[in-house]
Write a protein that binds this ligand. Structure first.
Ligand code: SF4
Length: 278
C-alpha cells in the first residue's frame, strides 16, 4: 500500500468541487464507508486487469483473456471482502461480473498499445498559481499508461462509463489538466491525453478521444487548488445534494444529521474572506 505525505490528487480536488461535505466526511473526519458502488468496484477491477496486461505487453509477453479474467475476479473479490457492494436497480453480482469480462474482451480486440514507456506511473509535482507562486501541497497523480509517440508522449486514461464521452467533456476535464501538468513538470513535454473509454452498453464498446492542454491551464489549476485549499483550511464544508452526487454516496446517514458548527468570530471572518476570494 502506498503511503503519502499530505498531497492533492485529482479525486480529492474533484470531490471537493462536487460536494464539499462528502470531502469532509471522507478526507477530514475519515468516516468508514459502509458501502461502495458497483461501478467503482467494476472500474477498479478492470484497471487492475489492464495494468497487468499493459505491464506484460511492455515486457514483450503475451496475455490471454483467461489470465485477465482471473485477475479481474481476484480484484473483485478482494474489494468485496472489504466493503458491501451497492448494486443499482437491475444489477447483480453476476450481471456486473459478466459485464466486466465483456469489457475486457472488447479491450483485447482492439490493437494493443505500442511503445509502452510506463504503467501505473506515480508522479508527484508542485502546483503553481498564475502569480508564479508554488503551493505548499503537491499534486500526486497515477498515470494508467504512458506511450511514446512521434511527437512526444501520450497518456492513456482508462475509463469505464455508462455512455460515450463528448469532446467538450474531455476538453474541460480537470483530470486531463492534472495529468498533463504532471507530465509537463516531470518530463518537460506537453503530452496528449487519450481517454480510453470502455462503454458499458449491452454490447460493450471502446471509445478513444484525445485532448490537449497548455501552460495557461496549469496556472489556472494552481489558482483553483489554492482556493480549495483556503476553503478547506477555513472549514467551509456544505452539502451539494443532487441525484448524481447522492445516489451512491456512502455518507447519506451522517449527511442527514449534519449541522454546521457555529463559527467563532475569527473563523467566521476567515471563512468570509475565503469565500469572498473563491
Ligand atoms: S448525501 Fe449528497 S449532499 Fe450528502 S454528503 Fe453525500 S453527496 Fe454530499
Amino acid at each position: 500500500m502506498r503511503s503519502y505525505r499530505k498531497h492533492w490528487s485529482y479525486s480529492a480536488i474533484n470531490q471537493y468541487l462536487r460536494c464539499p461535505l462528502q470531502y469532509y466526511f471522507e478526507r477530514v473526519l475519515r468516516l468508514p464507508k459502509p458501502t461502495v458502488g458497483s461501478g467503482l468496484v467494476l472500474g477498479g477491477a478492470i484497471h487492475e486487469a489492464l495494468a497487468y496486461y499493459h505491464s506484460k505487453l511492455k515486457r514483450g509477453s503475451v496475455v490471454n483473456i483467461e489470465q485477465l479474467e482471473t485477475i479481474f475476479h481476484i480484484a473483485w473479490e478482494s474489494r468485496e471482502a472489504d466493503q458491501k457492494i451497492q448494486y443499482k436497480r437491475g444489477e447483480s453480482r453476476v450481471t456486473q461480473m459478466d459485464l466486466g469480462i465483456g469489457l475486457l474482451k472488447t479491450y483485447l480486440q482492439s490493437p494493443p498499445p505500442e511503445n509502452i514507456l510506463d504503467v501505473e506511473r506515480e508522479i508527484t509535482v508542485p502546483l503553481v498559481n498564475s502569480q508564479g507562486e508554488y503551493l505548499e501541497t503537491p499534486l500526486v497523480t497515477i498515470l494508467d499508461l504512458i506511450t511514446a509517440t512521434d511527437d512526444g508522449l501520450k497518456i492513456h486514461e482508462l475509463k469505464t462509463s455508462g455512455r460515450a464521452y463528448s469532446q467538450f467533456e474531455t476538453d474541460t476535464s480537470l483530470q486531463a489538466t492534472c495529468y498533463t501538468h504532471a507530465s509537463w513538470s516531470q518530463f518537460a513535454v506537453l503530452a496528449e491525453i487519450d481517454f480510453v473509454v470502455l462503454v458499458k452498453t449491452k454490447t460493450p464498446k471502446l471509445q478513444k478521444i484525445s485532448t490537449l492542454r497548455s501552460e495557461e491551464d496549469f496556472f489556472r489549476l494552481g489558482d483553483l487548488v489554492e482556493k480549495i485549499e483556503r476553503a478547506v483550511g477555513n472549514e467551509i464544508f456544505y452539502p451539494i445534494e443532487s441525484p448524481l452526487n447522492c445516489a451512491n454516496c456512502p455518507f447519506r446517514a451522517p449527511c442527514r444529521e449534519w449541522q454546521p458548527q457555529p463559527a467563532s468570530t475569527t473563523s467566521l471572518q476567515l471563512a468570509v474572506n475565503g469565500a469572498a476570494q473563491c
